[in-house]
Write a protein that binds this ligand. Structure first.
Ligand SMILES: N[C@@H](CCC(=O)N[C@@H](CS)C(=O)NCC(=O)O)C(=O)O
Length: 227
């Protein structure tokens, strides 16, 4: 049985990716959730993951760290992690890699904090550029491969990689235009996404750093956390 080491569901966008992928694909795992300790988390995470960062998948004692490496590791062992169609698979890998390495302004201005709702008071130009690019990608994928997911008719790793953007859209009221906005609604209704979201709302942990960074360009209008 795999073990997946993650941090707080409310905050940890990188942890969400492999978690939602494995749930959506029916890949069994046990979860080890280590809450952010406050301040530098390296010493807390390092005994569980070689990079001192989460997520980390542990397969019979063998650690696989970094969300993209985890997706590729799983793809070698389980059907359907990437699309079966070669053209869709190439596109999905490009889009997931772009998400993995880009969109810094979106990450900074709209950090993942599932339970919060934020009204943005400032929208830096680079945020608009990130939103436009994500809208372009999502609309392209859905129209080219027929939807309802980004690269065809089943949930694959590219949907998992953009899952944190879906929660950011939900919190910050982001819209992307066209089919991309219907995609946000569909993703929020996915059972695996709902399971993560409900657990995030019930978490009792609050980490001061993440709380301080929650709305650097806006005002918090609601907090739906119940924990
Ligand atoms: N590229 C890594 C990023 C992992 C990452 O930055 N994870 C965050 C949690 S969401 C973390 O562990 N932060 C702790 C730190 O920066 O010390 C991946 O894809 O897994």
């Amino acid at each position: 049985m795999y073990e997946l080491v993650i941090a707080n569901k409310n905050y940890s966008s990188w942890s969400l990716r492999p978690w939602v992928l494995m749930r959506a694909k029916g890949i069994a795992f046990t979860e080890k959730l280590i809450p952010f300790p406050g301040g530098d988390s390296y010493a807390t995470f390092r005994p569980h993951t070689p990079s001192g960062r989460v997520p980390c998948l542990v397969d019979s004692g063998n650690p696989i760290w970094d969300s993209l490496a985890i997706a590729e590791f799983l793809a070698e062992r389980h059907e359907g992690v990437w699309p079966a169609n070669a053209e869709a698979r190439a596109w999905a890998r490009c889009a997931a890699a772009e998400m993995h390495s880009s969109f810094e302004t979106l990450r900074a201005v709209c950090p993942m904090n599932c339970g919060l709702r934020v009204s943005l008071t400032k929208r830096p130009p680079m945020l608009e550029r990130d939103i436009a690019r994500i809208g372009e990608l999502w609309n392209e994928g859905i129209s080219r491969f027929g939807g309802p997911y980004l690269a065809g008719d089943s949930f694959t790793a590219v949907d998992a990689f953009f899952a944190p953007v879906v929660f950011r859209a939900n919190s910050f009221g982001l819209t992307f235009g066209g089919e991309a906005d219907s995609y946000v609604e569909r993703m929020l209704a996915e059972p695996a996404m709902q399971e993560w979201y409900e657990a995030a709302l019930l978490e009792p942990y609050r980490e001061p750093g993440h709380e301080e960074e929650a709305a650097p360009f806006g005002e918090i209008t609601a907090d739906y956390r119940k924990g």
